[in-house]
Design a protein around this ligand. Structure first.
Ligand SMILES: [Zn+2]
Length: 276
């Protein structure tokens, strides 16, 4: 995968260099590409999977235009966090393009989405982007608790980017049986068993909740523009995050419908809390 400069106004796009015609897939092309445990985008036959960590790094560093060339369908997992992406981008350098930044989506009224146990809402906020996330996996104290961050490049790089992917031990066993997570090991995936992590030392005492914020920021990139809001999430996973992005897009088109009554109830059996 190669991150390349892009002309102002391009947004963040992937180019599948291995496919005929080198098709371009935008971060906005995510409807119909839903996949469990990850975020995917899709245009025609061209798909890119597990985009959330690289997109999180770009959102975290406030990068609005980037062409990402990739020669397969899956973004490299690296160490399970966004740290390598942040280092690579910072090493390459970031250029400010005066007067070309897309308008942020400013949340004027609360927008609320629910999906089983998960909920997520975007509230009006005078600053930039603030995230408050509460994780509450019953029986797993390591995957419980809240964390809040006012997003800027420094706070992102220091507090969020290093947080690795995690999975509950019982879910790891289910996934392995289903043939998923083949590239996972105890170093790039924190395996949680109650109040401890198996065979790794944590980078933060609350590394799991920080990773949920990392994922959420990556999913918010699907908006296709920056967001000015206070996002309050509880146990949300990729599915609930995507639902919020869709609601925000609708609201941006029709401000009148953008209120707290605009709820989506999750009727599906599987809760989003484990839709990591
Ligand atoms: Zn993740």
């Amino acid at each position: 995968m190669r991150l390349c400069p892009a002309a102002a106004g391009t947004g963040i796009v992937f180019v599948r260099t291995d496919l005929p015609g080198r098709p371009v897939v935008s971060v906005r092309d995510f409807e119909g590409a839903a996949a469990p445990f990850r975020t995917a985008i899709k245009k025609g036959a061209a798909e890119v999977h597990t985009v959330e960590h690289i997109l999180s790094a770009l959102v975290g560093l406030a990068i609005t235009d980037c062409r990402i060339e990739i020669d397969e369908a899956e973004v490299p997992g690296m160490d399970g966090s966004a740290l390598d992406f942040v280092h690579a981008v910072r090493q390459a350098g970031i250029r400010e393009c005066a007067g070309t930044r897309a308008e942020p989506l400013v949340v004027g009224e609360p927008v609320h989405v629910e999906d089983g146990m998960a909920s997520i809402e975007a509230l009006p906020y005078d600053g930039g982007l603030k995230i408050t996330y509460t994780l509450d996996y019953a029986g797993h104290p390591l995957a419980q608790g809240s964390y809040e961050i006012e997003l800027d490049a420094e706070s992102y790089a220091r507090e969020i980017a290093p947080a690795r992917t995690f999975v509950l031990k019982k879910d790891a066993e289910t996934m392995r049986a289903a043939g998923l997570g083949k590239g996972a090991d105890y170093q790039n995936t924190v395996v949680i068993d109650g109040d401890r992590a198996l065979e790794t030392s944590l980078r933060f005492a609350n590394e799991p909740v920080r990773h949920k914020i990392l994922d959420l920021l990556g999913d918010l990139c699907l908006l296709g523009c920056t967001l000015q809001a206070h996002v309050v999430a509880r146990c949300s996973g990729h599915r609930a995050n995507r639902a919020l992005v869709l609601r925000l897009r609708e609201c941006a088109g029709q401000p009148a419908t953008c209120d707290i009554a605009a709820r989506e109830a999750g009727a599906t059996a599987r809760t989003a809390s484990h839709d990591h």
